[in-house]
Design a binder for this molecule. Structure first.
Ligand SMILES: CC(=O)N[C@H](C=O)[C@@H](O)[C@H](O)[C@H](O)COP(=O)(O)O
Length: 233
């Protein structure tokens, strides 16, 4: 089942539909219509945050869903689906995949990534695991633990990964070259040309979020040009 969905996603666009509680589009209904629009535009899958959003999207959109649950624990900087409790909620909400932080950052309660992944397999055997990593070494470690997909999501978001303005295509290339586990390109992808570069680098699919689903930041990108124009004229 999971392998079939992974095959279906090959060479396609995954649209991340996420709005946090401080954003204008916050709310499951908004994310559900965003996902429906992405499906109409030809997306092959959706990525979404919180069980509420996953449920609402599942009601409106038939595409496979990579769910995650952002949550902060006092003893750790890991926030993308940090513990088994969030994984279970995302799985129960109907997501086919769960995306989890698979970086080397210390996890809540000091749990090892190995134990976490083993716990997911035991508690939610039907769910595919997407490992969000920030470096090549983390990607390799996640592959060795048998995750279903590895994503470059967290490159630039851990202190030990390259801090760059654009997508980390080099990370995608190096992980894809291993031909071990399919690799998703994700993070700061803004243009169709960058998507093409990710595919050239060997990405299985490309995940685009902000550039499609965060209108306030899309607007800001345009407005910046107007402000620069005004300043230089
Ligand atoms: C670092 C982090 O928390 N990334 C999150 C992961 O789910 C989302 O906030 C991103 O929007 C998503 O990865 C897509 O990336 P972008 O929005 O740059 O296209």
């Amino acid at each position: 089942m999971i392998q079939k969905l992974i095959d279906q996603m090959a060479g396609g666009l995954v649209v991340s539909c996420q709005a946090l509680d401080n954003e204008p589009l916050y709310g499951p209904e908004h994310m559900a219509v965003m996902a429906a629009a992405a499906a109409e535009g030809g997306a092959v899958a959706i990525r979404a945050n919180t069980p509420q959003d996953v449920r609402a999207i599942k009601r409106k959109c038939g595409l496979p869903l990579i769910g995650l649950y952002k949550k902060h624990y006092a003893d750790s900087d890991v926030y993308i689906t940090p513990t088994l409790s969030e994984v279970k909620e995302i799985a129960e909400a109907g997501a086919e995949f769960v995306a989890v932080d698979a970086t080397s950052l210390p996890r809540p309660g000091g749990q090892s990534l190995e134990d976490f992944i083993a716990g997911i397999r035991e508690a939610c055997p039907q769910v595919g695991i997407v490992a969000d990593v920030s470096t090549f070494e983390e990607g390799v470690a996640a592959m060795k633990l048998g995750v279903d997909l590895v994503s470059s999501t967290l490159s630039g978001y851990t202190p030990h990964s390259p801090q760059q303005a654009g997508p980390d295509i080099e990370l995608v290339r190096r992980l894809a070259e291993l031909r071990e586990t399919p690799v998703l390109a994700e993070g700061r992808i803004w243009t169709p040309e960058e998507c093409e570069a990710c595919l050239q680098a060997g990405a299985h699919s490309v995940v685009v979020g902000t550039a499609i689903t965060r209108p306030q930041l899309i607007t800001r990108r345009f407005v910046n040009v107007f402000q620069s124009f005004k300043a230089s004229n």
